[in-house]
Design a protein around this ligand. Structure first.
Ligand code: DOR
Ligand code: ZN
Length: 400
């Protein structure tokens, strides 16, 4: 048993002091005061929340273990207070069949210290030519994605949408048109045509890392028309940075940092609910890869360890986002959109808990990074809300 003493939990938009008792893998009891002789975590003046759910993580294993492994990636998640992640399928083998997916599922069983729900790919090897064996993998996944690349084969996409509808899977779209590529138009053109298709088929359709004002306008309009099946996420870097902030390869990702007007539109979308969640797009690369010339180095930045501190410091502490909404965008909405197993800070639920230091500022340094990648544009910045403890299924998986 573990007893979390004197922590502050979020109840009706307020911080309330409670004790939480964990027995085995479950939350056993939450009360004003619990006194039991067992292992005690002192959570005085700390925010105790259900662990965050990040639906956009590149774990790199199997296939690219020089960049990250399931072990290091999930440790990095734990450090960031994230207790469930969805892993992207740009892997080798690519999870386009049950056999290929099983390679990853076995590694997850062996090495993951947080809950990992893999995406299956939309197309075989994300090549946009042949549809993946969705019938086969449907029972083992919650979502489909070809993230890293846009699906431009619209016949194939429509086929995948029909399967997604049939099996209640959510498609997570890396919306990018292959002609316009990284240009703002590359995103907008893809978003517009995919919205039309998602309206027609009616499957759950989720746009990843939206970054352009016109994309948000289009998604907002579809939602206002009643298409609640259409959702989107935004990433901390598109909320915090624009193209003028680019200093080096640690500021290079896809979609890239955009105009200041796009950044403001990204914030607006999060505040007005057009974007119902934040996801990190954690994309580790090796130091060698990232030290290539800017134009030649790969896209991607790590983000698991800084997502909660960035959102807490810049949006919650500043009262732009309420405490309840903080939980919605980091925990409840991701679960809802992908229909993941329920998590909550209530008796009877799995004990997946993050305990955050909201009292003191901490500078994020390269030495503390638990990911194999150190490609973060946020190193050297100071934030509130770093994790003191993370608990997954009743076990302490991170302790500062
Ligand atoms: O920046 C990115 N990195 N964007 C992507 O779409 C892919 C990802 C990666 O896998 O490195
Ligand atoms: Zn992507």
């Amino acid at each position: 048993m573990i007893l979390i003493k004197n922590g502050l939990i979020i109840e009706n938009n307020r911080l309330v002091k409670k004790d939480i008792l964990i027995e085995d893998n479950l939350i056993k009891q939450i009360e004003d005061v619990i006194d039991i002789d067992c292992e005690i975590i002192d959570a005085s003046n700390s925010l105790v929340m259900p662990g965050a759910v990040d639906v956009h993580v590149h774990l790199r294993e199997p296939g690219f273990v020089n960049k990250e492994t399931i072990k290091t990636g999930t440790l990095s998640a734990a450090k960031g207070g994230i207790t469930s992640i969805m892993s992207m399928p740009n892997l080798n083998p690519c999870p386009d069949s049950l056999q290929h997916l099983n390679v990853q599922l076995e590694l997850i069983k062996k090495d993951a210290c947080v809950n990992v729900y893999p995406f299956a790919s939309v197309s075989v090897n994300e090549e946009d030519k042949i549809i993946s064996d969705i019938d086969q993998v449907a029972d083992s996944v919650y979502g489909l994605s070809d993230d890293g690349r846009g699906v431009n084969n619209l016949e194939l996409l429509e086929e995948a949408m029909k399967k997604a509808l049939k099996y209640n899977l959510t498609i997570a779209s890396h919306a990018e048109d292959n002609f316009y590529k990284y240009d703002r138009l590359g995103e907008v053109v893809a978003v517009l045509r995919e919205i039309e298709l998602a309206k027609k088929i009616g499957c759950k359709y989720h746009f990843c890392h939206m970054s352009v004002k016109e994309s948000f306008d289009a998604i907002r309009k579809a939602q206002q028309e009643g298409f609640t099946n259409i959702t989107c996420e935004v990433s901390p870097h598109h909320l915090m940075l624009n193209e003028n902030n680019i200093k080096n390869a640690n500021f290079k990702m896809n979609p890239p940092l955009r105009l200041e007007t796009d950044r403001l539109a990204t914030i607006e979308a999060l505040l007005d609910g057009t974007a119902c969640m934040v996801a990190s797009d954690h994309a580790p690369h090796t130091k060698e890869e990232k030290s290539l010339e800017y134009d030649k180095c790969p896209n991607g930045i790590i983000g698991l360890e800084t997502m909660i501190p960035i959102i807490y410091t810049n949006f919650v502490k500043t009262n732009l986002i309420s405490l309840d909404k903080f939980l919605d965008i980091l925990v409840y909405n991701p679960i809802k959109v992908f229909d993941l197993p329920k998590r909550d800070l209530k008796a009877g639920y799995p004990a997946d808990i993050a305990i955050l230091d909201i009292e003191s500022e901490h500078e994020y340094t390269i030495d503390e990074i638990l990911s194999k990648g150190v490609n973060s544009p946020f190193i050297g910045n100071k934030y509130y809300g770093f994790t003191k403890y993370t608990i997954v299924n009743g076990k302490i998986v991170y302790r500062k």
